[in-house]
Design a protein around this ligand. Structure first.
Ligand code: HEM
Length: 325
């Protein structure tokens, strides 16, 4: 039965109009009526919709587009301020409320944040440098010369990377110094201090592995001296305590592993490059995520005792302490 009503054309000739003749509404009629109804409804809604759009242009904050992006009001109330932070994917990484005195530059020196921003600059400029640099004995130094003299903005790119690297090393030391001076390594932040120590080591390793990459005399000898120290590693270095007892030789000890050989040569350059561009940045990024997460979990930046405003001093105190007084 349904087949008869809905089929159009066909051998039996039972199309929509013949079904309509039988007092049943066929497919074609139903579609036509539906379209007509839709057009009518559209005509009726159009003036109202157009009016809404024109009104919207007068106050864009009332349009559907705007309210779908900004989902809270903008009056300066504590609730709206908190919503502003919580409903934004980037801002919600920060706490909605913080102790004003804890974020004063006179307290933090801004050094943790500056160190992090330098890391971002280093990542960005480092990726751009990778477009021009080949970690091979034939090309590495030539690529550096090419960057310095021929690549448009190459000199500034290379120097941004170099200076940000120097500043990051200085920044991380100053940050550690301020954390020490303010006693912020104490309970409950002792775990984060340890993550920080690892971050310091990885920052220095980034700097050290980057030093060899230009393959110039400075880098070559710095890495020669640096990796020679590894000969004296206890147990793992062939000249270190107990090293020879464990069968360490210049051809199987930790220095050999670092250089990929017994001298600073092509393998050392390649290993430095891979550690510098992939291994260490990944580990450092994960550690930074843990570090920032712990700052929040430990109750935010330690901060001095909150400073009370004069206007607040006379107000009666609230909370359980005030009740006990
Ligand atoms: C790549 C290196 C590092 C980055 C990007 C970094 C970043 C940060 C940031 C942004 C903060 C928030 C407070 C502020 O800016 O002062 C912080 C707090 C902290 N950092 Fe680091 N940090 C690094 C290395 C270190 C080192 C080397 C240590 C210590 C050995 C350390 C220990 C701490 C501690 C204990 C806190 C909490 C301080 C407080 O609550 O007052 N961090 N870090």
């Amino acid at each position: 039965m349904a087949d008869e009503n809905n089929s159009i054309g066909g051998k039996g000739g039972s199309n929509g109009s013949s079904a309509g003749k039988n007092g049943k509404v066929g497919l074609v009629e139903r579609v036509t009526t539906g379209v007509k109804d839709d057009i009518q409804a559209l005509k009726a809604d159009l003036p109202a919709k157009a009016k809404e759009q024109i009104e919207g242009l007068k106050d864009p904050t009332k349009t559907q587009v705007y309210t779908s992006i900004f989902r809270h009001k903008h009056d300066d109330t504590p609730r709206n301020r908190a919503l502003g932070v919580l409903s934004n994917v980037f801002l919600h990484l920060h706490p909605a409320k913080i102790n004003r005195d804890a974020v004063r530059y006179s307290y933090t020196w801004g050094m943790g944040g500056i160190t992090f921003y330098l890391f971002i600059i280093l990542t960005y400029t480092g990726v751009l440098l990778m477009f021009y640099y080949h970690p091979s004995k034939v090309q590495a130094f030539r690529d550096v010369l090419y960057l310095e003299h021929d690549v448009p903005f190459g000199k500034i790119l290379r120097n941004m990377h170099r200076w940000a690297a120097h500043l990051m090393v200085i920044g991380v030391w100053l940050h550690m110094f301020r954390v020490f001076l303010t006693g912020s390594y104490k309970k409950p932040r002792e775990f984060n201090w340890n993550i920080g120590v690892l971050l310091l080591v990885f920052t220095l390793l980034l700097s050290f592995t980057g030093y060899l990459l230009p393959d110039d005399q400075l880098g070559f000898w710095a890495v020669t001296v640096g990796t020679n120290m590894a000969r004296a590693t206890p147990l793992l270095g062939h000249e270190g305590p107990f090293g020879s007892m464990l069968g360490m030789t210049p051809y199987n000890d930790v220095r050999f592993g670092l250089l990929g050989g017994s001298i600073v040569d092509a393998n050392a350059l390649l290993r430095s490059y891979i550690w510098h561009c992939i291994g260490i940045p990944i580990v450092a990024s994960v550690l930074m995520i843990v570090h920032f997460w712990r700052v929040r979990k430990d109750g935010g930046i330690s901060g001095p005792a909150p400073v009370m405003l004069e206007a607040e001093a006379d107000k009666p105190r609230r909370g359980p302490k005030a009740a006990g007084e």
